[in-house]
Design a protein around this ligand. Structure first.
Ligand SMILES: [Zn+2]
Length: 61
């Protein structure tokens, strides 16, 4: 279930912090010049996954 770039509709690789706007790498660079204020979608997904796993682990104790 991939997020789509809000500009070109390609698969999004970045999102804006604290926002639901998603961008592919090309559009993100074009819009912002740098990627400092952007969060990698993959990292967010990893964090979410880690949080879910942590919850599952705690449930079992
Ligand atoms: Zn794009």
């Amino acid at each position: 279930m991939g997020k789509k770039c809000i500009i070109c509709g390609q698969e999004a690789k970045f999102s804006i912090k604290d926002s639901s706007e998603f961008y592919c790498q090309d559009c993100a660079e074009e819009q912002f010049g740098d990627l400092d204020m952007l969060v990698k979608v993959e990292e967010e997904a990893q964090k979410l996954k880690a949080a879910i796993e942590e919850n599952l682990r705690l449930d079992k104790q």
